[in-house]
Ligand binder design. Structure first.
Ligand code: KIV
Ligand code: ZN
Length: 386
């Protein structure tokens, strides 16, 4: 039987912690709606105690989403948990995500707490969060650099207190795949009552290994992956959702897992994130980079013409990437504009299309050919920032 791996998207929380990636409430709402369409299981909408803006954005997202779980992050203290609950309480499926560090280096220098004090803080936080909702996730920050037996003890205590998900983060992107896989197996085998909770992983990309570590963890038994679109996030970023999903999808023969992701929404979601945050995707980025499906060498082009499978392991259409040859100019109509915007990743509503079409016509009067960059600017100004 194919097992389900939950996809926990933290683009709006850890992703927003990328330098320069801050988003306003409207932009966050738009992205949250897109993530729901993409089919993620959980959206971490923000860190409500961090700022009034974050609180407001998380509340708006919680009210708007229909079925997707909405998580709010909270440190392991009552004040943060109150704020998180205040923001997510209107969600159909709210989740409180509370965390505390478990590595000795964090305990000694950052928290100045003993191991026992951290266990108590984790237990108290989970118990307090449980007074609001049954759906509580506990994360052991810097888990990958924590003593394994101590980590199992904290997770066991959190599960006994009621955590339904325990998350093992590689907070500083230090782990390597073989080690991380062994660690996940160890945690599953040695955490008391592990069968009562889902084990999640959350990787950072400091050594460029976030996707590899996440895949290794899934193979070892993790059943939730925390990811961001385009891999945006603190420092070198988080695990890229599109890479994990397409690795699972493409190598189903080796990894028979299923997720709720509708892959054809991957490319539009990637475009939306880069438009909203202003963080462009590197051209050679796996799956969603501009060159990911481009073939330059003559031998490759020849092979592609004979059979695309000679040099392509995924079909561009699978991720929602299709190219058409329509040239847009002043004679183009609304349908052509709508279709072209869709290939660029923008599925506009009637009203939004009306606004952009008006601006497009004005521009087309001045310019012979309206380029994709022009259209993206119109959508950003006319829709995303309005
Ligand atoms: O990287 C990390 O440890 C985190 C936690 C808050 C889950 O983002
Ligand atoms: Zn993180």
């Amino acid at each position: 039987m194919t097992e389900h791996v939950k996809i926990f998207d933290t683009t709006l929380r850890d992703g927003e912690q990328s330098p320069g990636a801050s988003m306003n409430t409207n932009e966050k709402l738009r992205l949250a709606v897109q993530l729901e369409k993409l089919g993620v299981d959980i959206i971490e909408a923000g860190f409500p105690a961090a700022s009034e803006g974050d609180f407001e954005a998380v509340s708006e997202i919680a009210k708007r989403l229909k079925s997707t779980e909405v998580a709010g992050l909270a440190r392991a203290n009552k004040g943060d948990i109150d704020q998180a609950w205040g923001a997510i309480r209107h969600a159909e499926n709210p989740r409180i995500h509370t965390f505390i560090a478990t590595s000795d280096i964090h305990l000694d220098y950052k928290l100045k707490m003993s191991r026992d004090e951290v266990v108590n803080a984790a237990v108290e936080a989970v118990k307090y969060a449980k007074t609001f909702t049954d759906n509580v996730e506990f994360s052991a920050e810097d888990g990958s650099r924590s003593d394994r037996d101590y980590l199992c003890k904290v997770f066991g205590a959190a599960i006994e207190a009621g955590a339904t998900t325990v998350n093992l983060p590689d907070t500083v992107g230090y782990a390597v795949p073989q080690e991380f896989e062994e660690m996940v197996r160890y945690v599953i085998a040695n955490t008391p009552n592990m069968h009562k909770a889902t084990l999640s992983v959350h990787c950072h990309n400091d050594l460029g290994l976030a996707t590899a570590n996440t895949i290794a963890a899934i193979n070892a038994g993790a059943r939730q992956a925390e990811v961001t679109i385009n891999g945006i996030g603190e420092r070198a970023g988080n695990t890229s959702m599109e890479e994990v999903i397409m690795a699972l999808h493409t190598r189903q023969n080796l990894m028979p897992f299923e997720t709720g992701i509708r892959t054809e929404h991957i490319y539009p979601s990637s475009r939306l994130v880069s438009m909203i945050t202003g963080i462009m995707v590197q051209p050679n980025k796996a799956v969603v980079g501009a060159n990911a499906f481009a073939h330059e060498a003559g031998i490759h082009q020849d092979g592609m013409l004979k059979n695309p499978m000679t040099y392509e392991i995924m079909k561009p259409e699978t991720i929602g990437l299709s190219r058409n040859n329509l040239v847009l100019g002043k004679h183009s109509g609304r349908h052509a504009l709508y279709a072209h915007l869709k290939t660029l990743g923008y599925d506009l509503s009637e009203d939004e299309l009306k606004t952009v079409f008006k601006q497009f016509k004005a521009l087309a009067d001045k310019k012979k050919h309206v380029m994709d960059e022009d259209l993206e600017a119109l959508v950003t100004e006319g829709v995303l920032r309005s």
